[in-house]
Ligand binder design. Structure first.
Ligand SMILES: *Cc1c(COP(=O)(O)O)cnc(C)c1O
Length: 393
């Protein structure tokens, strides 16, 4: 294990723990508990846990620990805690650190369930939440206060792909001593530089690019050892948000190929964005990797790559967008993202249908907008499919 390894090498080797059999591929320790040699050994283990000691799978498990160590190595973080889903990670990161009377500032452009946690759950327990337009630094400056405990944001918003200036927001937050928590799904662990840009805690839905093959739900919280083991772990181990060992194995194998997959998907996304730019049936092609994206500069400076998702605004609104979706033969209509299969979604009527029209307008979620998660298919086949479906409108 070497800290000087590049991320692709970390993705294949970091965190591995071999059993006495010396297996090459990571073992699945599909066990809820662990046997103690004696009553004294059990007592000792409950008192203080050694490096390769486990008590109960809700607290930790060797396969899960391999995944945590591997993602922490890729992120350049001290530690990580794996969770049953991305939302268990978002909830765990925020709820474990906040208490009644605390204040949190959040960007408004959030994944629906993240918004629910902030708007409905945290407020119910007496946390005060202020929402801002994440792109407007003056709003962040105006919202943070001496008692602001945390700020929360999605580095790249879903589905409009706005890129927040994380470095600037982190500076504003740190001036009042607030912890910066980011949901980094769209940036991906491959292109993320969130910790370098000032984030203190990074959260991923592993369901997306980490699995990358649409098999399992999972999540992970990445941060300092102090935060992960002293704040997050006690909360999650007692409230039951642990990742299953089988899922951890899927995610470990996902990490081995993640960088190759995400880079290939991103290359294709860039090619599609370029090929579709200027098509008169589209009123906008949104991709952080093209020069006319409003935050192209921030994306280039703060991320190692623009990502696997693009948004297309179909001229003609909802009816045209539906005709376009229904005419696709290769790209599937679904709502996951980061998958090997290209997936398309109409956010206004699915993932974001609960939002008021005025809020959708504010977030750039027009009736013609579709979100395309670019997969691993041949770029030519994807382009042919998208062009034929545009013809069919
Ligand atoms: C999918 C997603 C989540 C939730 O992850 P689950 O694994 O579905 O619980 C949170 N944030 C963002 C940005 C997502 O895309």
């Amino acid at each position: 294990m070497s800290e000087s390894w590049k991320s692709r090498t970390q993705g294949v080797h970091s965190g591995i723990r071999r059993s006495q059999y010396g297996e090459v591929s990571e073992a699945i320790f599909l066990t809820q508990g662990f046997v103690y040699d004696s009553a004294e050994a059990a007592a000792q283990r409950f008192e203080s846990l050694g490096e390769d000691e486990f008590i109960y799978a809700r607290y930790g498990n060797p396969t899960v620990r391999m995944f945590e160590d591997r993602i922490a190595a890729i992120e350049g973080a001290e530690d990580a805690f794996a969770t049953a889903s991305g939302m268990a990670a978002v909830n765990g990161a925020l709820t474990s650190m906040l208490k009644a009377g605390d204040h949190i500032v959040s960007s408004r452009a959030l994944f629906g369930s993240c918004l629910y946690i902030l708007e409905e759950i945290l407020t119910r327990y007496g946390v005060e939440v202020t929402f801002v337009d994440g792109l407007d630094l003056d709003q962040w400056r105006g919202a943070v206060r001496a008692d602001t405990r945390a700020v929360f944001l999605e580095t790249v918003s879903n589905p409009a792909l706005e890129v927040i200036d994380l470095r600037a927001v982190a500076k504003i937050a740190h001036e009042v001593g607030a912890t910066v928590v980011v949901d980094n799904v769209f940036a991906t662990p491959v292109f993320s530089r969130a910790l370098e840009m000032g984030a203190d805690v990074v959260v991923y839905s592993a369901t997306k690019h980490i699995d990358g093959q649409g098999r399992a739900l999972g999540g992970v919280i990445v941060g300092t050892r102090e935060f992960i083991r002293k704040t997050v772990e006690p909360y999650l181990k007692h409230t039951g948000g642990a990742m299953s060992p089988f899922t951890a194995w899927i995610m470990l194998k996902g990490l081995e190929t993640m960088e190759l997959r995400v880079r290939a998907q991103t290359d294709t996304a860039g090619r599609l964005a370029e090929a579709l730019a200027g098509d008169e049936r589209l009123s906008r092609v949104v991709y952080p990797g093209v020069a006319d994206h409003p935050q192209a500069g921030v994306a280039a400076e703060q991320m190692r790559g623009p990502g696997t998702i693009l948004a297309l605004d179909i001229a003609g609104g909802r009816a045209a967008a539906f005709r376009f979706l229904n005419a696709l033969k290769l790209v599937t209509i679904s709502n996951n993202l980061g998958d090997a299969k290209s997936i398309i979604t109409h956010p206004a009527t699915t993932t974001h249908q609960r939002l008021e029209q005025t809020m959708r307008d504010r977030l750039g979620i027009t009736d013609g907008l579709v979100r395309l998660s670019v997969g691993l298919e041949d770029p030519e086949d994807l382009l042919d499919d998208l062009r034929s479906a545009l013809d069919a409108i």
